[in-house]
Ligand binder design. Sequence first.
Ligand code: AMP
Ligand code: ZN
Length: 136
Amino acid sequence: MKKDDCIFCKIANGEIPSRTLYEDEKFRVILDLGPVTRGHALLLPKDHASDLFELPEEIVSAVLTVAKKVAANMKEKLHFEGMNLVQNNGAAAGQTVGHFHLHMIPRYEKDGKNINWVPGNPTQEELDAVKNQIVG
Ligand code: AMP
Ligand code: ZN
């Protein structure tokens, strides 16, 4: 299902042109217009789901299969040394477009980019408390 006012629905379904790297019945992979690095791409499901929490199971399991296939082709052509897969859910997590998308970010030696987090330093008790809150 498409959502009328969703720009990524329009892009994924070809109503708005994009620099498409891959397309099949369920997905389109496009170049990000504001790339962190050369080749930064976005994997978009064609059916609307705002985020991971809304994504149907069969699409969830297909996302990484498609990402792996496209990533392999990108690596062969662009010759990068690494890749970050990033996927933001909700404004608190930095999501700015409310249609599920997986960032595929090529990483080059000495590209000078930093999209990693600073590790925290919790106590053992704090870690236990979180674990217990989630799984008892
Ligand atoms: P996020 O912050 O995870 O929601 O990421 C949204 C991404 O979509 C950003 O990296 C933007 O550069 C990218 N973006 C926004 N609009 C477009 C567009 N029309 N075509 C391609 N990429 C876009
Ligand atoms: Zn959408």
